[in-house]
Every structure is written in structure tokens, then in C-alpha cells.
Ligand binder design. Sequence first.
Ligand SMILES: *Cc1c(COP(=O)(O)O)cnc(C)c1O
Length: 401
Amino acid sequence: MITRDNQLPDSYGYFEQFGGRFAPETLIPALDKLNKAYNEAKNTPSFWAEFNSLSHDYSGRPTPLYFAQRLTEHCGGAQIFLKREDIAHTGAHKINNALGQGLLAKKMGKRRVIAETGAGQHGVAAATICAKLGLNCIVYMGEEDMRRQSLNVFRMKLLGAEVRPVSSGSKTLKDAINEAIREWVTNVRDTYYLLGSVVGPHPYPVMVRDFQSIIGKETKEQILAKCHRLPDYIIACVGGGSNAIGIFHPFINDRSVEFIGVEAAGRGIKTGKHAASLVAGRVGVLHGAKSYVLQNYAGQIMETHSISAGLDYPGVGPEHSYYQTIGRATYVAVEDKEVLEAFQLLCQTEGIIPALESAHAIFYAAKMASTLDREQIIVVNLSGRGDKDMDIVVKALEMNP
Ligand SMILES: *Cc1c(COP(=O)(O)O)cnc(C)c1O
């Protein structure tokens, strides 16, 4: 069950100054309906019974909380635990949100689902759930991303989804979201928009957070069972911010637990080739919400760079902007070359090939662990597995062995 231990966002979707609904007028009735349907579902025990039962039997939850003993010994400090979202069906946390929203779409009587995808991971999760629930699925994907992630394009097609190439702008995730929103405006009556992270207009950030909170709830039970206390730090990578919010939020009132979000510093913050919205951005509006955004002096969205396609996004969920502003969480950024180092470190110490996104969190956790003592506990959200990244890693290591 969802626990309501935090009162935010308010009924307009604001986390103080962040969030809201900066959407075209034609979408407001659809967002209102979605909000109403979600609030009804949220208070219906049978909705959660189905969500929990499919999370268990279909997605493979609960995912383990694993003590990374050799990584811990290698770092020589705090104990490092990994929340194994890489083991979830389709290889990442994204299935949690796709399942929740897929069930909601069905409950709302919508048969046509649209989604956007960057790396293809959310597209694959959405296509998977649509196949499972018997819904039609159309996925918008930038042409550049389709080229970089051709295997995921093939996966989505196999799963019965239609993949629509997006050729505007930088032909990547932000353009795919623009296109999906445009499509939703035109076909709002019969279409459900299944958004992939804690971004977008209200109620998406809160709804996606609630579905992803299953990660943090399990983590809390698991760490108490194993260590009889809460962790000192929880570390997660931040693209849009859904895996991070999912593991952070159930600990929001446990003030002794420090949250650290790790963004993509790409080739280095100073080079401008990065995707660190919280570390290096300014407050602005993107995709229907007010949050930290990478924008130029005129407010135009900047091109981003990260070795991991899943973090390559110029915005971030409004709840993270709020956490940063009130000091509840700290946000840092890790460079591509450090990510490759951590990627190999986890492969060799633990026999786990992480997603490049998750390797950002691993790098920061390993660095931090070595400065702490043995009694301290760090939990890292291992958001996904790295099979999808093999091509990129092979190329990067050949250039830079
Ligand atoms: C998509 C993705 C991310 C980034 O998305 P968030 O919404 O920030 O969680 C991180 N890790 C993996 C494995 C992903 O697929």
C-alpha cells in the first residue's frame, strides 16, 4: 500500500515552487481526468492487490537487497548494499511504473497507449506491459536514439509495439517527449500517455513516484531484516529521477538517512557536454513542469551529453529540485570516464554488469565508502543491468582501454 507520509505535492502538483502544470489548455481536462482516476485507484485496495500480485509473479519482485562484500572489501570502508533492480523483468526499474500506469490505463478504459523513449528502456517496458495487458502501444523515439539503440527498437517491435521515429530537434529523448505530448493533444480522448519518469505535468511526477516507491519500501524492510537498522546513505543515479525518488521517498521522514543523487557530468561540467540539470542548470519550465533545466541565456533547451542514454536528458523531476532546495538530498555529478571505471569495477568484484546509468551511482558510492568507517551502511540503487550497453562500452574501452 501507498503510505501518505509526505503531504507534497499540493493539489495543484507543486512541491513548493517546483512542478505544476505548464501544459496546453487542450490537455488540462485530460490531466484532470487522469488525476481523478489515479486518486480513485490509489484508494482502491483491489488496484494495489493487482499491482502487487503482478509485481511479484510477472516482474519478479521483491528484488534482492544484496551485500556487495568484495566491492566493500575493495573500497575498505562502509558496507555497500545493492538494491537489485537489474534483476527485475526487462532489466531495470522501469517496469514498476509501466505496470502501474498500464493497469490505470486499463481501468480508465483506454485501449491505445503512447509512450516516449530515449535509450529504449522505457519503450521496452511500456511495450512489454501493453503486450501483457492487451493494449495497443505506440512508442515515439528520436531517430538518433533509434540508431544508437537498434536492439531495443527490435525488441519493442517484437513485443507488438509500433515505433515512430522523431526527426525534430536533436532527434533524442526531449524531442520524443515533445512529439508524444503533441500526439496526446490531438488524440486525447482514446489515448493514454504512459510517461516514463517523475517528470511532466501534474499528476505524473507524484504518480510515477508512487509506483516506483515499491523499491524503497522493499529496501526498508530488507535492510531492517539484515542489519536491524536504517542505512546512513542511499545513493541513486538521476536522469528524470524515477529510480532515485522510488528508493528515496519511503525514507523521507527518516532524517538520519542521507540521500545522494548522481547526475551525468558527461565529458566534464566545464566542457558543457553533460546532463547535470540539478548541479549545473537553472530553474525553468520543460515538458510541463517547473524544475531545474539545462537552458541557455534565452531559455532555449541545451543539448546534453552522457555516455548513458538513460541519463541524457536536460531536465529533472520537480521533487528532486525541491529536495535540493530544502537540503533533503545532495546532488553530485560523475564523468563518463569515471563511469567506465565503476562499470568494470562492479563486473570484476561482484560478477554484476551494471547499466551505465547505475554505474554513475556505483562510482560515487565506491569513492564515498572508502572515506567512511566499517559500521556505516550505504545502499546503492542498481537501477538496471548493462547488457543493453555492450556496444557503447566495447567502443569506449577500445578507445580508452
Ligand atoms: C531510464 C533509466 C535510468 C534513468 O531514469 P530515472 O527516471 O532517472 O530513473 C536509470 N537507470 C536505468 C537502468 C534506466 O533504464
